[in-house]
Design a protein around this ligand. Structure first.
Ligand code: COA
Length: 416
């Protein structure tokens, strides 16, 4: 199938229709207007079931497999919106007017240029030995240094948020190029954030279809409830630390293969499997060794992840022109079928990471850059949630339950 703009929109709306056919008979919950503290909840290991905060930003309906940003269905946002609009929506609570969007975009774009301090730090660091997510952390220091240079003692959260969104895109491009020893590319102020991600990574002005697909991927990854990296960023914020440290916390958490790093891990698994014919034996071996299938399962979704519903047909349609990606995609589709047949009773389905990497790979993006792409999007959710939490801030300080000894007598070194 050749892809054009209207086909992309149709594929998303078809995915929406299919999702609603499947979940239409399950009643949508009505969220409370406020959290009635204290909340009683059953808490399981990994804080499963614990309530950390209330939020009006986004809602993951794990029973129905639905995702909502500020009241808007993710399928509609993917079909009709842009990442800039969605970032505004997450941060300010409403869809922007034309003027508001122009002003927002201007704020972000004016903070996108390559920063000298970040560039210099990348010069001295062993770029190819460090994971790109670590280099994104460095970019947060570079951004902070820019504020200090401007004489800011305490940077305003909103200004920092604009800079974080702009710099995360630029730094992702810088890292991709440094890794290949290619000259850096300054962002083009006439391109969108999605366009600039592709442009600053590849050095070529992207076509409208790749730009739209990247835009959709950014929209899909922007926010996702109280996930590990969002919670980490909020914990840092709750101490009244600063926005850049909060982002560093989020980045560290997102990198792990159980979270954002899964998109990278999926590609390694698919390459290891090699072809659809090997899926059965690979999966059998994985089950025997209790090895998890990356890109599957979710703490909250006990239904098909709506983000995977969007990415799957798009990756499928886009990969037709690339035979090597086709092979990986066929392998992924077979793996999905086999895994869901075997584990569907545990409500394990593909999540957002299962198909995203295939789309990025078809765009010619190196596997190690997949998680930074996730981060370039998720920062919108992080800054929005950190600013929201700070409005009624209280330091996060849960309890641990001590299970060790309490009455030992101190033993002198010579007697141990
Ligand atoms: N492959 C195989 N089995 C899986 C699985 C997967 N991807 N995800 C969960 N399971 C199984 C577990 O083995 C466990 O089985 P058991 O009850 O027989 O021991 C059960 O399902 C519950 O899994 P658990 O790891 O306790 O769930 P969790 O809520 O703590 O973890 C994830 C959620 C997302 C971390 C987990 O599903 C996972 O590791 N997925 C793969 C990594 C991934 O794709 N992460 C990105 C998430 S967007």
């Amino acid at each position: 199938m050749s892809l054009d703009q209207s086909t992309i929109t149709e594929l998303i709306l078809e995915a929406k229709k299919k999702a609603y056919e499947e979940i239409g008979n399950v009643e949508a919950p009505t969220p409370p207007a406020e959290v009635a503290w204290p909340v009683n909840c059953d808490v399981k290991p990994g804080l499963e079931g614990a309530v950390a905060a209330g939020s009006k930003i986004g809602f993951v309906d794990g029973v129905r497999g639905a995702l909502v940003y500020r009241g808007y269905d993710i399928f509609d946002l993917c079909a009709h919106s842009t990442f800039e609009e969605v970032s505004y929506l997450l941060m300010f609570g409403t869809l922007p007017t034309k003027l508001e969007l122009e002003q927002f975009t201007q704020q972000v774009r004016s903070r996108m240029s390559i920063l000298e301090s970040t560039r210099k730090m990348y010069e001295v660091l062993p770029v190819n030995s460090l994971h790109p997510m670590k280099l994104l952390e460095v970019a947060m220091i570079g951004a902070d240094a820019e504020d200090s240079k401007a004489g800011e003692k305490e940077i305003d959260d909103l200004q920092a948020a604009y800079r974080v969104i702009g710099q995360m895109t630029t730094a992702t491009g810088m890292i991709a190029r440094k890794r290949k020893n290619l000259p850096l590319v300054e962002p083009d102020p006439d391109l969108s954030l999605a366009g600039n991600l592709l442009y600053t990574m590849t050095g070529e002005k992207p076509d409208e279809i790749s730009t739209r697909l990247m835009d959709i991927a950014l929209i899909l990854h922007a926010d996702h409830g109280m996930n590990a990296s969002t919670f980490t960023a909020m914990v840092v914020t709750s101490t009244l630390s600063d926005m850049y440290f909060a982002m560093s916390g989020g980045l560290g958490s997102l990198k792990g293969p159980l979270h954002g790093g899964a998109n990278e891990a999926v590609l390694y698994d698919l390459e290891e499997i090699g072809s659809p014919d090997n899926v059965d034996s690979w999966f059998k071996e994985a089950q025997k060794n209790r090895r998890k299938v990356m890109g599957m399962g979710h703490r909250v979704y006990k239904a098909y992840d709506p983000r995977a519903r969007v990415l799957k047909p798009l990756a499928d349609a886009y990969s037709h022109q690339y035979p090597d990606i086709r092979q990986l995609l066929d392998t992924a589709e077979k793996l999905e079928k086999v895994a869901v047949e075997a584990m569907g009773d545990k409500m394990i389905f593909p999540n957002v990471d299962f198909y995203s990497g295939l789309l990025y790979r078809a765009m010619g993006i190196e596997t190690l850059m997949f998680t930074p792409l996730f981060a370039a999007s998720r920062v919108s959710g992080w800054v929005a949630r950190c600013m929201e939490y700070k409005e009624n801030n209280r330091i996060f300080r849960p309890r641990g339950i001590y299970t060790g000894e309490t009455d030992l007598h101190y033993v002198a070194m010579k007697d141990r």
